[in-house]
Ligand binder design. Structure first.
Ligand code: ATP
Ligand code: MG
Length: 560
């Protein structure tokens, strides 16, 4: 799966530098460390493509490590979904590991810290601890418990572990410095009491290690050479190194944390916590709602693994925070589906077109190419008859010269079929057009080779034969948010920017009969409309399609 790459990104440059300085190639090792507290999103794909991509490039192991130290938010469902998504994206991990596998080792090391007088038990309230922390411009103050004796600390920590103390009453803190410039170094908490069932260790533990203590030590246990995380962890690096120093044997590899910018995508939010709110508060139908920026949502919508990998690689790895335009993601899926998706015809907003000079009971089978971009894609049969559906908006009684679709007394070509000319309209009592009457040029059949078939007319429109059409539901999606960066507003909640029209359901669209045999997730180009796939909700007698992406980005134009 070697995808094309131009120059080295800055992470690769760091690795190359380390290799030059003497790091053995076979010491390279990476990990992808999701917390199983939600489904993976397109931001995670950046980290997945980076870490697994490095594994492929350097032929190095990449572990999948679940960072499962917070049993209040973590679930097996998320573990399963994460594994499924990574596999679907096309990557294989070397080992499936869990931070919870290291709970005993982390505990033993915590005892070591206490014995070295580098950790102490604090039984102040969390408010008191926060108060003493100081601010970036004001140093903190020592806890009155900071100089508890090693023996007392050992005894209290044992009690914390055994479940003899109340939740929230005691914590274990690293003894670093309350005057450090970096606030994270001001005696950070490394263990808390939590009476919560863990999805893997059950009720074995009454204390749980904090992220910073767990992450670096897990990297060390696994001998990860480069621990790559997002920029907000940059201030944590000092602590990461301090913790490592305390347990380092002096012989084996000392992992290195390096940070890259988070992937942000315009018109959506990326944090699992926020995505969970959208699910739980019913703004979307689930984690795999096709409007979600989750891998499962994008997959259901018709995004392919390749399009997500291509997007991730093109958007690249940056040193500074930035927002990637969602149009780049759409570009990659359009580019791929243009080459692979069979063309079909579907009418979303139907109006009847009657060809008055076409015999009443005549039916023809027309032959059309499946995909002009792929010469091996073959052809399909499309039935044609006297009464067709066309798109309402492809006809106007009167229109200016720039309207190249159907208008009275003018000609257009029916895609894959004949040239027609509109002559009259039938309206109902409200003035709505119910039928358009036209005549066709019998000699003008597409592909017949006749002179008339080569005649140039300005417009081509799509259609389906009423008698043969299959009724279907079509779901059109728009941006989930009306703002480019919905969570960048300090005063307003991101949910205030939800686009109330992000889903439009058309329940009486008509599709050509060749689509009857389409299977769930099959993908098509509905000619002139966009790329669509068969949704998971689709049934034999009620097919449902999702619009993956329109052919043209009408949205950008409307909103500029
Ligand atoms: P979230 O806020 O969405 O829950 P997270 O960082 O808490 O994100 P984790 O499950 O801890 O999610 O992330 C696993 C890995 O993926 C981490 O290394 C993290 O840095 C990386 N990651 C998460 N979100 C992004 C993103 N938007 N862009 C790039 N990498 C990301
Ligand atoms: Mg996290």
């Amino acid at each position: 799966m070697a995808e094309e790459k131009k120059s080295l990104n800055f992470i690769e440059q760091i690795i190359e530098e380390d290799l030059k300085l003497g790091l053995n190639l076979d010491k390279l090792r990476f990990r992808f460390p999701p917390e199983p507290n939600g489904y993976l999103h397109i931001g995670h794909a950046a980290s997945i493509c980076l870490n697994f991509g490095l594994g492929i490039k350097y032929n190095a192991p990449v572990n999948l490590r679940f960072d499962d130290t917070n049993p209040t938010k973590e679930e097996q469902e998320y573990v399963d979904a994460i594994k499924n998504d990574i596999k679907w994206l096309g990557f294989e991990w070397t080992n499936e590991l869990y931070s919870s596998d290291y709970f005993q080792q982390l505990y033993d090391w915590a005892i070591l810290l206490i014995k070295k007088d580098k950790a102490y038990v604090d039984n102040q309230t969390s408010a008191q601890i926060a108060e003493q922390k100081g601010t970036p411009t004001k140093v903190g103050t020592d806890s009155p418990n900071r100089n508890r004796s090693i023996d007392d600390n050992l005894e209290l920590f044992e009690k914390m572990k055994n479940g003899d103390l109340k939740e929230g009453s005691h914590v274990l803190r690293a003894k670093i410095s309350m005057t450090a410039n970096n606030m994270l170094m001001r005696d950070p908490i490394i263990y808390r009491i939590l009476y919560e069932k863990h999805h893997r260790t059950g009720n074995d533990w009454n204390i749980y290690p904090m992220y910073d203590w767990t992450h670096g030590e897990s990297d060390y246990i696994e001998q990860v050479s480069h621990s790559l995380c997002t920029l907000e962890f940059n201030p944590h690096r000092e602590l990461y190194n301090w913790f490592l120093k305390q347990v380092y044997s002096g012989e084996d590899l000392k992992p290195k944390q390096r940070e890259f910018a988070r992937r942000n995508l315009s018109y959506t939010v990326m944090s699992k916590r926020k995505l969970l709110q959208l699910v739980e508060e019913g703004f979307v139908k689930g984690w795999d709602d096709p409007r979600m920026p989750t891998i499962s949502g994008l997959r259901r919508r018709g995004y392919t693994a390749k399009s997500i990998r291509d997007f991730s690689n093109t958007a690249g790895i940056a040193k500074r925070d930035n927002v990637t335009d969602i149009a780049l993601l759409e570009f990659h899926i359009k580019n791929e589906l243009n080459k692979t998706a069979p063309r079909v015809m579907a009418v979303l907003y139907p109006v009847k077109l009657v060809i008055t000079n076409y015999p009443e009971n005549k039916e023809e089978i027309l032959i059309a190419e499946n995909n002009p971009e792929d010469e091996n894609s073959g052809t399909r049969e499309i039935p044609f008859s006297r009464v067709l559906y066309i798109e309402k908006e492809d006809f106007r009684g009167q229109a200016n010269k720039k309207f190249f679709r159907l208008k009275l007394d003018k000609e257009v070509r029916l895609k894959n079929a004949y040239i027609i000319k509109a002559n009259a309209v039938v309206k109902d009592e409200n003035g709505e057009i119910t039928e358009i009457h036209c005549t066709y040029d019998e000699e003008s059949k597409s592909g017949s080779g006749s002179e008339a078939s080569k005649r140039k007319v300005k417009g081509t429109i799509h259609w389906v034969s009423v008698k043969h059409a299959v009724k279907a539901e079509v779901r059109l999606y728009d941006r989930l948010f009306t703002e480019e960066a919905p969570d960048a507003h300090k005063e307003k909640d991101f949910k205030e920017f939800i686009n109330s029209e992000s889903l439009k359901v058309i329940d009486n669209a008509f599709i050509e009969p060749s689509l009857k045999t389409a299977q769930i997730r099959d993908q098509f180009q509905f000619q002139r409309l966009g790329y669509f796939n068969v949704d998971d909700d689709s049934k034999k007698d009620k097919m449902v399609f999702n619009r993956t992406v329109p052919l043209r980005d009408s949205w950008a134009k409307q909103n500029k």
